[in-house]
Ligand binder design. Structure first.
Ligand code: DQA
Length: 148
């Protein structure tokens, strides 16, 4: 019963990118933490990062063939622009959670609209990189997604 963590554009720069907003932990740090915690719950966590919209669409389509039960996605700036990624998530019909490191609602107005929020099972916003996971947090995600 795998779940898939997707990080969109510029999240490969976590740790060095605007640290006052995004913190000092790297993408490898947060993915490692999320993986450890998923293992404790007997959930396999696949992880994927891309700066390319089409590559993210392809990865979501592949998830259906892999039997992925739930997706956690931080679409980065595509949050505010991408109908294609939204359509891919709806197309494969896999429940997903939208995650943002920063509180997008406390930032520029163009970050207030998301193409994902109205379809997400839940939204994690503004917890910093900690949003990616403590043990109990991943377990509540799995429960929310209805993964047995
Ligand atoms: C982000 C918020 C987006 O507005 C921004 O474009 C990002 C990161 C976040 O995690 O806070 O790249 O998704």
């Amino acid at each position: 019963r795998p779940i898939l963590l997707i990080n969109g554009p510029n999240l490969n720069l976590l740790g060095t990118r605007e640290p006052q907003i995004y913190g000092s932990e790297t993408l490898a740090d947060v993915v490692g933490l999320a993986k450890q915690n998923a293992e404790k719950l007997n959930v396999k966590l696949y992880d994927f990062q891309s700066n390319h919209e089409g590559a993210i669409v392809d990865r979501i389509q592949q998830a259906r063939d892999e039997g992925v039960k739930g997706i956690i996605i931080n679409p980065g700036a595509y949050t505010h622009t991408s109908v294609a990624i939204r359509d891919a998530l709806l197309g494969v019909n896999i429940p997903f959670i939208e995650l943002h490191v920063s509180n997008v609602h406390a930032r520029e107005p163009f970050r207030h609209h998301s193409y994902f929020s109205d379809k997400a099972v839940a939204i994690i916003v503004g917890f910093g990189v900690k949003g990616y996971g403590t043990h109990s947090f991943i377990s509540s995600l799995v429960a929310l997604m209805g993964i047995p």
